[in-house]
Design a protein around this ligand. Structure first.
Ligand SMILES: Nc1ncnc2c1ncn2[C@@H]1O[C@H](COP(=O)(O)OP(=O)(O)O)[C@@H](O)[C@H]1O
Ligand SMILES: O=C(O)C1=C[C@@H](OP(=O)(O)O)[C@@H](O)[C@H](O)C1
Ligand SMILES: [Mg+2]
Length: 193
């Protein structure tokens, strides 16, 4: 990247930080979209703190996500997820990466819509499947046909993720470039308001 390009990226990030005021920037989307890893880079770029709701849930419960699903079940995980996200949305100047199911929960979605600017990190099935296959930490995909399960979740969830304020393709390019795409897309969105 040239020095001018780097400078332009920095000035867009500063402009976005100003436009957001303190409002949280929240990433939603499927497992493997890059919410956690791109979110961390995005926070860095904006000079904000990064929070991942799954990490907060694990810390509060002193259990991993797979253990919570196994020992307490998904409904209890979702209730805890909503409480944790409600608390995190009260923080100023944060980038919050949610778990893939969070925005699907109507109560959590309503909270995010009311308190934050939301970004759907979108990716195609093959890209998502390749990414989630690198680790076995996603309990919803422990099925006989994980790709089929992912496909079904996409069909159910994409119409809901559409409700986010902004959509950004999580392309197979360096994660810093995806973070830069998020900055540009959110800035465009806020400038239109
Ligand atoms: N743009 C990208 N290009 C290549 N790999 C990516 C990209 N974004 C994320 N990944 C990888 O995909 C996997 C899932 O990313 P993660 O941030 O955990 O997604 P999420 O939190 O949305 O489930 C990780 O191994 C991450 O390094
Ligand atoms: O899509 C989902 O319902 C889930 C996504 C996971 O987070 P990531 O989207 O960060 O993988 C995690 O919250 C849990 O395994 C459930
Ligand atoms: Mg994540």
């Amino acid at each position: 990247m040239s020095r001018t390009e780097g400078g332009a990226r920095q000035s867009r990030a500063r402009a976005l930080a100003n436009r957001l005021g303190g409002r949280p920037l929240v990433l939603v989307g499927m497992m493997g979209a890059g919410k956690t890893t791109v979110g961390r880079r995005l926070a860095n770029r904006l000079g904000r703190s990064f929070i991942d709701s799954d990490e907060e849930i694990e810390r509060a419960a002193q259990m991993t996500i797979p253990e919570i699903f196994e020992q307490r079940g998904e409904p209890e995980f979702r209730a805890g997820e909503m409480r944790v996200i409600a608390r995190l949305l009260k923080e100023n100047d944060v980038v919050l990466a949610t778990g893939g199911g969070a925005f699907v929960n109507p109560e959590t979605r309503a909270l995010v819509k009311a308190e934050a600017v939301s970004v759907w990190l979108k990716a195609d099935l093959d890209v998502l499947f390749e990414r989630v296959s690198r680790r076995s930490n996603r309990p919803l995909l422990k099925t006989a046909d994980p790709k089929g399960t992912l496909e079904k979740l996409i069909a159910d969830r994409y119409p809901i993720y559409e409700e986010a304020d902004v959509t950004v393709m999580s392309r197979d390019v360096p994660q810093d470039n995806v973070a830069a795409d998020v900055v540009s897309a959110v800035l465009d969105h806020l400038r239109k308001q």
